[in-house]
Design a protein around this ligand. Structure first.
Ligand code: ADP
Ligand code: MG
Length: 744
């Protein structure tokens, strides 16, 4: 099944393991070694028989017979048949997202290039390559539901150097176009290799021909034998569904590989360039074999891809998750039998390798986001409908704001303190926030414990008058009313607003005084307390009345809910009882019918038991109706109460916010107004008005503010900064003034 992963790319395993398909193609000859090469009737087996008494002096005990079973023997096969047999499926699978690799292996002159590229001057004798391009474009035409792009590249590997056969630059070699093989999460690619977008068959053909020409030119100018190089023509396919909701798209590669001649050149004492070529070829072909065999071994987790350029460049297209076909080109002549045997051995080893083809599926991130947005909108609508059907009003699913979070924090605190029995579940977001606030409260408590421990060690000796008086000076203004009976300064236990606290050495722990009354009128602190702490204060002070109503309504609501739940339970019980009674009645009835007591001319004769059941049923139904009516009334009441509670909560939180800002943040114009010489005197702008400004008022207010700034609006931030600094220093003064202003 398809899985969605975080990564952009993944393979979809189809779970079917496939073998590498290995075919043999015999080059036509008039001198075919009929006595040595025989094919099985299934046209898949090729048997080799070596004569014992050949001049080569084969030793008697040496093996003389071999039998190779492959996927097909192509003898006297047309190019057309070869394509049908070898390539057609691989190419059509590529359009479904499977990588495919077709390789021609064999001795030089055995027909690899003829098979892969074919005769470029003769259409009929064209090879796999042009036919694959044709098939790809034909399939694209047949698939109008998809937008499919085709790209091609043509790479040559010669003596472990990479050459771009489609480079637009004159072909001069690797120093000008230094290419490297690079791996990234998307796969492996050759950096610097030109990849050409081709929108039609013709373009693709031109590129192929250009590549062939370049290859020939290069073999001349660089004096290199093209049979000593590997060439890889790659067709890259990318298919996007034209259905916009389809997030997936597929990519695939078809690698058409014409390998270097497999003949063992090294053994006949080659020198210099030839030896070097031979070494490279032998190595890369044996590395290729090693890599493919390792890929087929499910127990192997390391595949030696990087040993040579050939396997490295083909890393994501060999064995593993792709369709692989090997064509082994052999000569039919007896003189070549040794190399033929070696080629056939290679083929039969490859045939044993299994692969697990998989689709290269990717996700279009942009389409995914769009689809998710759509889905989200739909789900929100669905939720709204669901809520209205379930009579759930006022349920908000938007992210919570600061006030709502503060409310939850307060609930959590009260819950922990034992003053709140339970926290009502509203929705998932709220539950998550409740847990979140548990964590917040916990960490705050930890911090408090820590800081109180620290405070313990910064005690000041009560006889150290100098220090005390200095501290007193600093605190005198803000701590008016916070002095305990002994006249000692006591640290605020909740201490959020205080940088430090001072306790008398002689004062025993626990003797700290915190009078609610004094707290009530105390000026606010220069560092405002956290909202959750302030909220508790607020509920004891200005918000006490609203809070009381809020609590009352909530307890009514809870009581009604409880009653509704009880009534529902009762109704269910009655319903059950009704069902049981009905069944019993039914049983009695059927019993009576069986006994034939029904005959007396329309007169119903029923026994006592049945009569009692009927009465009971009647009674139950009456009860049911009453309870049901009750439940309906209760539900209406609950809904109303819920509304009230919501209103109260809202009021409480809004008022709190006003109070909080008023108490801990002094609006700048009030600051200004309170300064000596200011044109606005205390009391001119009531705080409550400033804090609850409407849009229009806010506008007027900022105009007023700007008028008061002689340098114009640009200076606002400057002044704001200045005011904030002064705010710290003038805190007490302004707060006191403010309170006076409020009283007026
Ligand atoms: P390789 O690439 O393996 O070195 P080539 O494909 O160049 O070999 O083939 C060598 C020669 O044999 C070429 O002239 C080619 O046209 C010819 N040839 C190979 N296979 C066939 C075939 N099946 N039918 C006709 N000619 C062939
Ligand atoms: Mg060739």
């Amino acid at each position: 099944m398809m899985r969605r992963k975080n990564s952009n790319k993944h393979f979809t395993r189809m779970g079917t393991r496939k073998k590498v398909h290995a075919f043999v193609r015999v080059r036509p000859t008039d001198d075919f070694a009929h006595e040595m090469i025989r094919y099985g009737d299934d046209n898949k087996t090729i048997n080799i028989h070596l004569k014992r008494d050949t001049q080569r002096g084969v030793v008697n005990n040496q093996q003389t017979d071999w039998s190779f079973r492959l996927d097909g023997v192509l003898h006297d096969a047309s190019q057309d048949l070869v394509y049908e047999t070898v390539a057609k499926d691989v190419v059509s699978q590529a359009l479904n997202g499977y990588n495919g690799t077709i390789m021609c292996y064999g001795q030089t002159g055995a027909g690899k290039t003829y098979t892969m590229t074919g005769a470029t001057e003769n259409y009929k004798h064209r090879g796999i390559l042009p036919r694959a391009l044709q098939q790809v474009f034909r399939m694209i035409e047949e698939r109008p539901t998809h937008a499919i792009t085709v790209r091609v590249s043509y790479l040559e590997i010669y003596n472990e150097s990479l050459f771009d056969l489609l480079s637009t630059l004159p072909y001069v070699g690797p120093s000008v176009t230094p290419m490297t093989i690079v791996e990234n999460p998307q796969g492996v690619f050759v950096k610097g290799l030109s990849v050409h977008l081709t929108s039609q068959e013709e373009d693709a053909f031109s590129l192929l021909f250009e590549g062939e020409t370049n290859r020939i030119i290069a073999s001349h100018t660089m004096n290199k034998n093209s049979s000593r190089s590997h060439s890889i023509f790659t067709i890259y396919v990318e298919a996007h569904s034209r259905t916009l909701s389809d997030e997936k798209y597929i990519t695939s590669k078809i690698n058409l590989v014409d390998l270097a001649g497999s003949e063992r050149l090294g053994k006949s004492g080659s020198e210099g360039r030839v030896l070097k070529e031979a070494t490279y070829i032998n190595k890369s072909l044996s590395f290729l074999e090693q890599a493919i065999i390792a890929l087929g071994d499910q127990k192997r987790d390391h595949i030696p891809f990087r040993q040579c350029k050939l396997t490295h460049a083909l890393k994501d297209s060999l064995g593993g998750n792709c369709n692989m076909v090997l064509v082994t080109n052999i000569y039919g002549e007896a003189t070549q039998l040794e190399e033929t045997l070696s080629s056939l051995r290679f083929a039969s080893r490859m045939k044993l390798v299994t692969t697990e083809p998989a689709i290269n599926e990717k996700y279009d991130a942009e389409r995914m986001v769009k689809n998710l947005e759509k889905e989200l909108a739909l789900l929100k609508q669905e939720l709204a409908i669901h809520d209205s059907l379930a009579n759930r009003t006022h349920v908000n699913y938007d992210p919570m704001d600061e006030i709502q979070i503060a409310e939850i924090n307060s609930q959590v605190r009260r819950y922990l303190a034992g003053t709140l029995d339970e926290i009502d579940v509203i929705n998932l977001r709220q539950i998550q926030e409740v847990f979140n606030q548990f964590r917040v409260v916990l960490s705050q408590q930890e911090q408090e414990v820590e800081s109180s421990l620290r405070r313990k060690y910064t005690l000041i000796d009560k006889n150290d008058f100098a220090t005390i008086s200095a501290v007193q000076k600093r605190l005198a203004s803000i701590q008016a009313g916070l002095v305990d009976a002994d006249g000692h300064l006591v640290g605020e236990p909740d201490g959020q607003g205080f940088g430090f606290g001072v306790a008398s050495l002689t004062t025993k722990a626990g003797k700290k005084v915190k009078s609610k009354k004094t707290v009530k009128e105390q000026p606010r602190l220069s560092t405002p307390p956290s909202k959750s702490v302030a909220f508790e204060d607020f509920k004891n002070e200005r918000g006490s009345e609203i809070n009381r109503i809020f609590k009352e309504n909530k307890s009514i609501l809870n009581e009604r809910r409880k009653r509704a739940s009880e009534t529902t339970q009762r109704i269910n019980a009655i319903k059950k009882e009704i069902d049981i009674t009905k069944e019993a009645l039914h049983f009695q009835k059927s019993l009576r019918e069986k006994q034939g007591e029904y005959e007396n001319k329309g007169l119903m004769i029923i026994d006592e038991e049945e009569f009692q059941l009927i009465l009971k049923l009647k009674d139950l139904k009456k009860q049911y109706r009453t309870e049901y009516q009750d439940l309906r009334d209760l539900r209406a009441e609950i809904q109303y109460c819920q509304h009230l509670v919501e209103q109260c909560r809202h009021r409480l939180l809004t008022e709190f916010d006003v109070w909080y800002n008023e108490s801990f943040f002094i609006p700048e114009d009030v600051q200004a107004a309170l300064k000596p010489g200011s044109s606005i005197r205390p009391g001119m702008v009531p705080v409550s008005r400033i804090v609850s400004l409407g849009e229009d008022d806010q506008d007027k207010f900022s105009q007023l503010q700007q008028m008061m700034l002689p340098e114009g609006p640009d200076s606002i931030s400057f002044y704001n900064a200045k005011v904030k600094t002064e705010q710290k220093h003038n805190y007490l003064k302004t707060t006191m003034g403010l309170q006076q202003a409020r009283r007026k």
